[in-house]
Design a protein around this ligand. Structure first.
Ligand code: FAD
Length: 308
């Protein structure tokens, strides 16, 4: 992927395509196209520009256009043994942020929301808006760029993002055990994932080899563990629940499930029932949508809000 500096021309052209009126939708690679409400039929669909804008490995930040695939981004970062917390499931950077689902390895990689340092989006008025700042130490102003994470393209169309990068761990290891996942969660210092299907627990360790070995040794003191080639296969539906509820869930509603301990994500055979927002959240959500998109022209039919 080649770096290109003609940011404004490209972004202005994208803003012109969005325009200030008429219903319009945005697509990435359509890997999560059906989520959060169906688009109104007849809506014209555009996509975000793609390409690397700037990569500063020594500062651990990268700026890309939103239409870039996560795979392309990962390939570019791999040259410097770096990565972001965005999951690569065939989608685009903009799509991953708009959907806001965290990676399986959230405990180790961090959340999608935390990775976004600066974001440029095109508003319902067809203007390019910049929020956040392209630096890791960024604590001033409103967290508007974080609001875009999980907003499903209903508040603005993401054009370009600056993301925090992290070193890719030198060693990665999957472990399988029948030990209680709560004990594992309390024992380990920083696992990148603890997955549990009600019987078996899978732990993903990553980091410098001596640290991974030390964590592994710690686990063997508490019970029997086995190295595993991979983690479990994940059922199709994604549930989002408070992390503490994982052990009290009615498992019969889910079918086969794999829960991410300490995160609150569960992959299950059965879909999660639609969650009703409480009155206060609903009011804030409606007000926000009115403020950002008074005529509901952006992604009409999609719901705002899945802040999992
Ligand atoms: C089988 C499978 C498993 C997956 N599992 C996981 C998982 O475990 N963890 C995880 O984190 N993710 C997972 N994903 C989701 C993955 O991260 C998606 O690929 C990504 O989130 C969506 O990218 P996309 O480009 O395909 O977006 P699309 O499907 O094209 O769009 C999704 C939504 O984002 C909006 N959108 C797209 N681009 C923009 C933009 N530039 N600005 C504003 N809104 C935009 C669209 O309008 C739409 O509402 C999974 C996907 C698949 C197919």
């Amino acid at each position: 992927m080649k770096a290109t500096l003609k940011i404004d021309t490209v972004l202005n052209r994208f803003a012109e395509a969005v325009g200030p009126s008429l219903p319009i939708a945005i697509e990435g690679n359509r890997t999560r196209w059906g989520l959060n409400g169906l688009l109104k039929p007849g809506t014209s669909v555009i996509s975000a520009p793609s390409g690397l804008v700037e990569y500063k490995p020594e500062e651990m930040i990268v700026t890309v256009r939103a239409g870039t695939t996560v795979q392309e981004l990962d390939t570019c970062l791999a040259d410097h043994r770096q990565r972001t917390s965005l999951p690569d499931r065939g989608g685009t950077v903009g799509g991953a942020i708009a959907v806001g689902h965290n990676d399986l390895h959230k405990l180790g990689k961090g959340s999608v929301r935390d990775a976004v340092l600066q974001l440029r989006y095109v508003s319902a008025e067809g203007k390019v808006i910049t929020c956040g700042g392209p630096v890791v130490k960024n604590v001033t102003g409103f967290n508007l760029h974080k609001l875009m994470v999980g907003s499903f393209g209903t508040l603005g169309f993401i054009a370009e993002v600056t993301l925090r990068t992290n070193p890719t761990p030198l060693r990665q290891l999957w472990i399988q055990t029948s030990m209680d996942p709560k004990i594992i969660f309390d024992t380990l210092q920083r696992p990148s994932a603890i997955l549990w299907d009600g019987t078996t627990t899978w732990v993903h360790l990553e980091g410098h080899p001596p640290d991974v070995d030390a964590q592994y040794a710690l686990l063997t003191k508490s019970g029997k563990v086995y190295e595993s080639e991979t983690g479990p296969s994940l059922p199709a539906h994604r549930w989002s629940i408070p992390p503490v509820d994982i052990f009290s869930l009615e498992k019969t509603l889910m079918g086969r499930f794999v829960a991410s301990i300490g995160v609150g994500t569960v992959w299950a055979e059965q879909p999660q029932e639609e969650r009703k927002l409480d009155r206060a959240t609903l009011t804030i959500t409606e007000r926000m949508k009115k403020q950002f998109d008074p005529t509901s022209r952006l992604n009409p039919g999609r719901n705002l809000g899945n802040w999992s």
